[in-house]
Design a binder for this molecule. Structure first.
Ligand SMILES: Nc1nc2c(ncn2[C@@H]2O[C@H](COP(=O)(O)OP(=O)(O)OP(=O)(O)O)[C@@H](O)[C@H]2O)c(=O)[nH]1
Ligand SMILES: [Mg+2]
Ligand SMILES: [Zn+2]
Length: 382
């Protein structure tokens, strides 16, 4: 960086997008030089060519900047680096983990909603943990019942599915310390229902943030969104964590059935015993999953399977409406089968990269057959 802060910086610099709001990207550029300087935030526009190419730039993206004006703190984004991962909702890239903030109470604990969020994160292939918020709330007349309910949640998700669970309350400093331990040195994104308490948690981790939270007097209702933007917030302890607008609901009407099936890790033990390699474990004959449920109801938790059925119904509806199952879904994946091969996920390429590799992708697609054409495993084996 130049020594004279009034001089424009001519050399392109790289940075990370923290926020997109009102057509401007807030980009954090790390300080450099012999004496470590604090990071600088630049308000950036997008280079015309990137707009023309419809290159998407989202929070968490690593970008290259030119035209840096150190006085007005403005710059221009001229390139975007390939993403390690991305979530379609909340829209964010390059995170180490998604923390699903799910209320234990207010509203009452809802297994299906939580299962929907877990499926959503599994589809994006991002590390996931569960933060059961508002765990101070509950029926004080039945503390033993509350204790058992919390244990059942841990048994199902942490012990059963290896998804870490922590219980937090904004009124319990110890629980907030536990959360802090989980986010130290990482880039995390908070995701969950509106009113789950995402912004409240961040305000407790750093009271200087003063993020607007839902008024306690407001009735928690689906559709009340207090946070409006996805924003990565730096916290002490080498923490970067994104506050995001909550969901009012989470539907899977843009996802393929086979992708939903693959997002349920508990089927892993049994799916190889299904007669059909594209079995969805609904009512098929010789289904390893259905057999397991009949023989040992504890093999797959009934609440997970019920959620699976509900989510699958939405995905099947989507498939019926878009008969070609090789269409891209919002997770940027295509589910295709090759004869005798495993399911293949083709991750969506950025528009720029896609341009250069259209031929390869086309060849790739030609080599694979649509799952619609899939026959029973016996056919593939011959
Ligand atoms: N009792 C209790 N109330 C909480 C807790 N965490 C959040 N709340 C309350 O829940 C309400 C919603 O909190 P917010 O932080 O605005 O929720 P949010 O998830 O950020 O909501 P959106 O921005 O709409 O997505 C607020 O009135 C908080 O005071 C908690 O641990 N215990
Ligand atoms: Mg919020
Ligand atoms: Zn099956």
């Amino acid at each position: 960086m130049t020594n004279n802060p009034s001089q424009p910086i001519t050399k392109p610099l790289s940075g990370r997008v923290l926020k997109y709001h009102s057509n401007l990207f807030t980009v954090e550029v790390q300080g450099s030089g012999r004496h470590i300087k604090p990071p600088t935030h630049y308000q950036c526009t997008l280079k015309g060519l990137l707009k023309k190419q419809e290159t998407s730039v989202i929070t968490g993206d690593y970008v290259l900047l030119d035209n840096l004006d150190p006085i007005n703190r403005t710059a221009r984004i001229i390139d975007v680096k390939p993403r390690q991962n991305q979530l379609p909702r909340p829209k964010i890239a390059n995170v180490d983990q998604v923390i699903i903030v799910h209320p234990f109470r207010e509203p009452n604990f809802d297994y299906e909603q939580l299962n929907r969020f877990l499926t959503h994160a599994a589809l994006a292939e991002v590390n996931t943990m569960i933060c059961m918020s508002k765990s101070d709330l509950g029926d004080e007349t039945d503390p033993e019942g509350i204790r058992q309910e919390k244990q059942a949640i841990i048994a199902l998700y942490e012990t059963g599915l290896q998804i870490p669970v922590i219980f937090t309350s904004i009124h319990d400093a110890t629980s907030l310390m536990a959360l802090k331990e989980k986010i130290k040195g990482k880039i995390s994104v908070l995701a969950g229902l509106s009113g789950a308490g995402k912004s409240s948690l961040l305000n407790r981790l750093n009271p200087d943030l003063k993020i607007k939270v839902q008024d306690v007097s407001e009735k928690i209702g689906r559709g009340t969104h207090t946070t409006r933007h996805v924003e990565l917030i730096p916290l002490a302890g080498n923490i970067l964590i994104a506050d995001t607008p909550g969901f009012s609901n989470l539907k899977f009407d843009n996802t393929l059935p086979q992708d939903i099936e693959a997002a349920f890790p508990e089927f892993a033990l049994y799916r190889s015993q299904c007669a059909f390699s594209n079995c969805l474990h609904l009512d098929e004959t010789d289904c390893g999953v259905l057999k397991a449920i009949t023989i040992d109801p504890a093999s797959i938790h009934p609440l997970r399977y019920t959620s699976y059925q509900a989510i699958m119904a939405e995905a099947l509806q989507y498939k019926a409406e878009h008969q070609s199952s090789s269409q891209k879904n919002e997770y940027g994946q295509k589910t295709l089968h090759a004869k005798g091969k495993e399911t293949k996920q083709i991750t969506r390429l950025k528009s720029k990269a896609r341009e250069g590799s259209r031929r390869t992708l086309k060849q790739d697609l030609d080599a694979w057959v649509d799952e619609e054409d899939m026959n029973a495993k016996e056919d593939l084996d011959t």
